[in-house]
Design a protein around this ligand. Sequence first.
Ligand code: SF4
Ligand code: SF4
Length: 244
Amino acid sequence: MKKAGDAAKKTRKPVKAKKAVKAKTVKAKTVTTKKAVAAKKTTSAKKTVKAKKTVNRIPIKTVDLKIASHKGLFDEGCYGSQCQDECCGWGCDIDLATIKLITKHRDKVEALTGAKIEDCFKTPLKQDNDYIGGAYRETAVRKSDKLCCFHLKGSKGCSLFYLWIKEKLPKRIVPTICRTYPVTWHRGKLFADLPLKKNCKAKEKTPKGVKVASLFETQKKELKALFDIPKKEWKKLEDANKAK
Ligand code: SF4
Ligand code: SF4
C-alpha cells in the first residue's frame, strides 16, 4: 500500500513552520472577531464563513523533477510486488475529508480492521491547510503486526483501498498520501519520498535495457486529482518525463 509516514513526519517536522501557521490562524480569527463586533451585522458573519475556504486540492508551487525520472509503481504496483506493505508501518496522516467518510462507513471499516475507529488514531484533529478539508489526524500503528491500524487484519492490503475497489465506496475514503505515495508534499513542494523502503516496487530491479513507467506516469492521475499544480510546473514534469 501507499502511504506517508517518515515522509510525512519528515516533511511535517518543521515545528516552527507549524507554529507560524497556527499563529496566522489565531491572528486571522482575532481580526474577524473584531470586524464582526464593529460591524454588528450578519453580513460580517457571512464574510467570516466565506473567508474559511475549504481546501479541496492541495496547492503546490514547485515540483521535484525526480518524480519524472524515478521508477514508479509499475505493472501491478504495490499489489504485484514482494513488498508486504512496508510503508504502512509508519501509519499515515488522514485528511479531514477522508476522516468524515471513514466515520460515515465505520461499520464496514471496523469489520475489516477489527478495531474501533477511535482506536485507529493517535492524535486529535489538527487544523492545517496543507490537507484536504483543512485538517488531519495521524493514524496509530498496531502492536500485533506493526502496521497502520487501517491495514487489513491478517492479509496484505489496506481496508480503505479495499472498500474503494471492492465495495465501490468513494475513492476519497483513501487518504491523499496513500493515493500518491511515494510522491509526497510539504507546504507547496511536491517530491518523491526518497530513499524508499527496501522492498518498494519503485525500487525493484528490472532487466537491463527494460524501461518501466516513472513515478510521474504511475501516479499522474492521482496527482492531477489531488493537487493544484501550476501549468508551468506540470509542463516541467512532462518534459522531464519525455527526456528520461
Ligand atoms: S511497494 Fe512501496 S509504496 Fe507500495 S506498499 Fe510497498 S513500500 Fe509502500
Ligand atoms: S491508510 Fe491504508 S494505505 Fe494508508 S498507511 Fe494506513 S493501511 Fe497503509
